[in-house]
Design a protein around this ligand. Structure first.
Ligand SMILES: Cc1ncc(COP(=O)(O)O)c(C=O)c1O
Length: 305
């Protein structure tokens, strides 16, 4: 059903894995060690496996360079705080990320890759978290970046102010509990689309299943406000910084489906896939701004920090 599936990552680039080491009494971060990425390392009683109780970040690599690493690390620490996990020592995590990124491709970095970092509440009954940093080559997302994607609007079932009224729902934390996000993809596929954009129960545009929304209206770029229980996107943020330099005015607003319907162009933006232009919403075709899509993706792919 998917019109633009990514093609598989380069099989000649084996993944690289670092396991984080923590003290056994409370989980202060000690360091990391490189291990065999093909061997088992996580116990079946780890709370990530049994409850999805943990957090993650996915950092894209362009020609071996980490992209938006500091914002990703800051968001990782923010997610840890929302879940009341031991605060990750960001210097130690940064070292692990840079080491697995440098080792990927053994000196010949793939054009595009990613590092996924994971911190879990650890093994049930023990007082230390589990963590790792995993680097791999990215699949080829060119079709989504050029032809574009068809999306459907799905009600997330939460009001726009859920982060303020119900912090226990962890809106705005990047948790490992992504079964809902995957279910949204399956619902999109059932409706002959490639991706989903969540709406609040009171009718406001939120975020994609794993991405943020960016609209263009003339020379303005607009994204939903980040206090609506969504993730603060690192890709969206970098696009805005770049676009301001290109003469666009950028803003965070409360948006409705009409704003999407009336926009000159729309993208779902995220690490790894970068900017995917939206070519249909709920079965209705809409224009793709190929020229600006290419400029945005050239910028995103070429980032060296
Ligand atoms: C729910 C959700 N929103 C937004 C994003 C986009 O964030 P970023 O651009 O930092 O990858 C992601 C990232 O995967 C996500 O999972």
């Amino acid at each position: 059903v998917t019109a633009a599936p990514p093609t598989a990552a380069d099989p000649r680039v084996p993944p690289v894995l670092a396991i984080m080491e923590f003290t056994a009494d409370g989980g202060a971060t000690l360091g990391h060690r490189i291990v065999d990425a093909g061997a088992p390392h996580v116990l079946v009683s780890d709370l990530s496996a049994t409850r999805g109780d943990g957090i993650f970040e996915t950092i894209s690599l362009g020609a071996g360079h980490t992209q938006a690493l500091e914002p990703h690390l800051r968001r990782f620490a923010h997610s840890a705080a929302l879940l009341e996990l031991p605060p990750p020592d960001l210097d130690t995590w940064r070292e692990a990320v840079l080491e697995v990124a440098a080792a990927l491709g053994a000196g010949t970095a793939p054009d595009e890759g990613f590092v996924k970092i994971v911190l879990t509440r650890g093994v049930e009954g023990q007082d230390a978290p589990t963590g790792w940093a995993y680097a791999a080559a990215s699949p080829d997302h060119t079709p989504a970046r050029t032809t574009g994607i068809r999306i459907v609007l799905l009600d997330r079932g939460y009001r726009h102010d859920v982060a303020q009224t119900s912090p226990w729902l962890l809106a705005g934390a990047k948790t490992l509990s992504y079964a809902v996000n995957r279910a949204a993809y399956r619902e999109a596929a059932r409706r002959d689309a490639d991706d989903a954009l969540f709406l609040s129960s009171d009718g406001f545009l939120l975020e994609g299943a794993v991405s943020n929304l960016v609209l263009r209206a003339g020379d303005r770029l607009i994204t939903p406000r980040t206090d609506l229980g969504i993730l603060e996107g690192t890709t969206q943020h970098d696009i805005f910084t770049w676009a301001e330099g290109e003469g666009f005015t950028c803003s965070y607003e409360v948006l409705t489906p009409d704003d999407l319907a009336n926009a000159d162009a729309a993208w779902l933006v995220s690490s790894v896939r970068h900017a995917a232009p939206v070519r249909a919403v709920d079965g209705i075709d809409r224009p793709v701004d190929r020229e600006l899509s290419d400029r945005i993706n050239d910028y995103l792919r070429g980032r060296t920090e």
